[in-house]
Design a protein around this ligand. Structure first.
Ligand code: URA
Length: 220
């Protein structure tokens, strides 16, 4: 396995940056193969492996997160950790079948820093997001979802630009060059960080309401 044999230095921003080398193909699995050996930014040295999107190639609904977390990095699959479990619960409650959704991330490697024995999530910076962007654009171009759901500000700003604020523009149907209908909402991990049960329940209900907007837009 290519990624596992690489050194994990944890070093930041080392060396020149290249845009990710996306092959000119309409076959998403060929794009995924190329992404597995991407070295466009330094994050490949830190993550275990590239975590590419998964789901039906012709999915009507595409969900875009920020970057794989600790468990996703180990499993090689997006949204399988605590945030993913919460997303699964919310999707079920919304009546969306996850197996019909293409799920991916803005950045395909886990960015983390060590704290004791734990690997703590770090937000990707604008250069890392830019280096990884061609993979996201290829997924959006090839899946061509009817509806794109941006989970959190990293995803929403990758689609709408840095001035986009999820707090102000969540839960409404917008449009972009990547999908005719786009709904932005919070990242499910933000629900896990709520200070108490009451806040968690309130934020979860708002999250489900946003997903219902996306479900309705998908069915329309
Ligand atoms: N958070 C994300 O944005 N993506 C994942 O795949 C997991 C957690």
């Amino acid at each position: 396995m290519v990624a596992k044999s690489r050194a994990k230095t944890g070093a930041d921003d080392d060396g020149p940056w290249q845009p990710a080398p996306v092959p000119a193909t309409s076959d998403l699995s060929e794009v995924e193969e190329a992404a597995k050996i991407c070295t466009a930014c330094h994050l490949y040295k830190r993550g275990t492996q590239t975590v590419f999107g998964e789901g039906p190639r012709r999915a009507k609904l595409l969900m875009l997160g920020e970057q794989p977390g600790d468990q996703e990095d180990l499993a090689g699959k997006p949204f399988v950790g605590p945030a993913g479990k919460l997303l699964d619960r919310a999707l079920e409650e919304t009546g969306i079948d996850r197996s019909e959704v293409y799920v991916t991330n803005t950045v395909k490697h886990f960015k983390w820093e060590p704290r004791g024995k734990r690997r703590i999530h770090q937000k990707p910076n604008s250069r890392e997001i830019a280096a990884c962007r061609p993979w996201m654009e290829a997924e959006l171009r090839l899946v061509k979802p009817k509806v794109l759901v941006c989970l959190g500000s990293t995803a929403a700003q990758a689609i709408f630009g840095a001035s986009f604020r999820v707090t102000r523009q969540r839960g409404v149907v917008l449009s972009s060059e990547f999908a005719a209908r786009v709904v932005a909402t919070v990242h499910p991990s933000s629900l896990l960080r709520q200070p108490d049960e009451e806040a968690r329940a309130r934020e979860y209900a708002l999250f489900v309401a946003d997903l219902k907007v996306a479900a309705k837009a998908t069915a329309a």
